[in-house]
Design a protein around this ligand. Structure first.
Ligand SMILES: [Zn+2]
Length: 219
């Protein structure tokens, strides 16, 4: 009886199906089956990328195979409970590569229009889950007053850069002044979105920006 209750509670936190392959798992496993733990498309020694306006972006996974499908379900099919497993993967990558390099954790926001349509901001959920796993908190620093077509609908670096130019604003300049900020996003492709957000944060007085994205596109 007591065990049943405990497993019900565990089910609230960790999905009882593997986040990545959707096979049933024991409720003692933290949301990933042993097979996926071994076979996920990990970035390994290719986890780091440099960018414009941010010093470094780290990603634990490539945006391919099971990881791509799981991120699509998280983003478009309401699988918000994946945030905990994704957040744990992000937190481990942040711990390994960015420990001691930031003062605040934040995320790439959605426009009001997209937020209304989706009902949740996936990168905010990732940032909150990763921060929790790091015994930290994530803070809301950016707004996106301009709705723009999804970056995934655009080909090429220059088009993506133009698409997000001027789309983001800093909520409270006083919060970011002199701070080193860790920005969290779901997927990094060309880095145009992270660069634009880093640019507005630096303009507002932030001292350095580093980033973590759950998945990176393969080169
Ligand atoms: Zn699996």
């Amino acid at each position: 009886m007591a065990f049943g209750l405990l497993s019900d509670i565990a089910g609230l936190f960790f999905p009882l199906k593997c986040t990545f392959c959707q096979k049933g798992i024991k409720n003692t496993e933290p949301g990933i089956c042993p097979d996926c733990v071994k076979t996920l498309p990990y970035t390994g020694d290719k986890s780091k990328q440099k960018g414009d306006f941010y010093t470094l972006c780290v990603s634990p996974l490539y945006y391919s195979d099971k990881a791509r499908k799981a991120v699509m379900r998280f983003k478009f099919n309401g699988k918000t409970n994946y945030a905990r497993v994704f957040g744990a993967l992000l937190a481990e990558c942040i711990r390994q590569n960015l420990a001691g390099r930031y003062d605040l954790i934040s995320w790439i926001p959605l426009s009001g229009k997209k937020l209304k349509k989706r009902g949740y901001a996936q990168s905010a959920l990732l940032a909150m889950a990763a921060a929790l796993a790091l015994d930290d908190v994530a803070v809301d620093l950016l707004d996106k007053p301009k709705d723009t077509p999804a970056q995934s609908t655009l080909k090429g670096r220059s088009q993506r850069k133009a698409n997000v130019s001027g789309a983001y604003t800093v909520k409270e300049i006083g919060m970011v002044k002199g701070k080193r900020i860790l920005l969290i996003d779901d997927i990094i492709t060309t880095g145009a979105t992270l660069s634009e957000c880093a640019r507005v944060l630096l303009n507002a007085g932030a001292s350095e920006i580093v980033c973590a994205a759950l998945c990176r596109a393969r080169d």
